[in-house]
Design a protein. Sequence first.
Length: 355
Amino acid sequence: MEIFDTLSHLGYGELHFGRDEQSGLRTIVALHSTRLGPAIGGSRIRAYATEAEAIDDVTRLAQAMTYKAAVARLPHGGGKAVLIAPPGLGTPAFGADKRTALFRAFGRFVEELAGHYITAEDSGTSIEDMDVIRGVTKNVTGVDPSRGGSGDPSPFTALGVRRGIEACVKFALGRDSLEGIHVALQGVGHVGYHLCRELHNEGAKLTVADVDPLKAERAHREFGAAVAPLDDIFAVACDVFAPCALGSALNRETVPRLRCRIVAGAANNQLAEPAMGMALMDRGILYAPDYAINAGGLVNVAQEILGYDAEKARARTLKIHDTIFEIAERARRAMTPTDIIANKMVEERLSRAGR
């Protein structure tokens, strides 16, 4: 992997490597941009087959955070951290004390970045891990509410996605309500579950699929959702298809199978390749760019930096509706895919901020 070629291609930025022998910490922190303010983004822990894979993951995720923060009009750039999972993580032999030591070491590394990076919960990490980090640095969000934090950001992510879906429904279907709107959700884990609740409360009809049948069954039991086989969810006839699982859900195989008017969901990196944005537009499907519609969780944790106020965080998250509607309007006028328009809006804001 040619690291500097990768950084140049993605418009970087800084890449920091940290290692602590005693705790087993191996971490990479990517600061894609600090043009709008300190970089903010979650820290995830997972096993990577190679170091190059970890670098590819963290650099692309941090770039997405820059775009997410900019389109949400937050005073932050984008960053991300990955912790390469030490051997035995998740086994009884790797107990709570070892995990605490690992995240304390990571917190010290974040502190050494002198406020240029503010971390948060992400895949594989928890509020408890953020509380450990808070013990050694103030540059962390998403800590327990008892410590002045905002806690789990998933409900805010779901709230923002619901508001984005409402904007899409208004734009594409001319409807001011989700009553009777059929939404097919791919993935009903943490955020997907909260999104089901948001949609159910607004009167939407739900069909769900998940790799874990128990999660799909919970959505059926609590929200009356129909359950589809995982491989069939893309072909469900519906108004809205909501990808809420892993990235690259929209690809050359799945896009032709879609039977919806709108794609709007919580997953990151939904387009497997840029050409899929055009493919959706060619099929007459309105796509809500992922980093624009799923920014509610980031909006929520960013509020902690100013002194957490749940009502202010909620009010700002509700504005995702206006952002998605603006993207759709500009895309229609320019006859251009919505993902390209969203990128252009980000670039306009970054350009105004200067270097």
